[in-house]
Write a new protein. Sequence first.
Length: 136
Amino acid sequence: MSVFDKILEKLGLRKKQSAGTGTTATKPPASTQTGGASARTTGVATAPKPISEVDVVKQLEQKARGTGLNWKQSIADLLFLLDIENSREARTELAKELGAPQDVMSDSARMNTWLHKTVMRKIAENGGNVPKELMD
């Protein structure tokens, strides 16, 4: 499982993977399965329901209460809060996984800033409710 997959899992945006399969153990909603009752009886498939967004800020603020962690600006604090390895090596691996440009990779401070914003954007892309100011 990739580092970013662990982040999504910890935030409730991705289900745990089945042991040894590499696939999630979730069943797609009935509205997206082929041959559902509505498709057979009316000839028209029902529109899939939108994914409900996870309130990422609320979750992280609750986890951070009383810790003094600055997860809104620090990728290391964000990873620590999610109980994910936050060493420089782990952050470098995550940056590579998310496609960090080479010029960002050569400067640890720039990499951390880029990584925090990119992780927040990717969380939003995966159904997390993240305020715009955390992605800019």
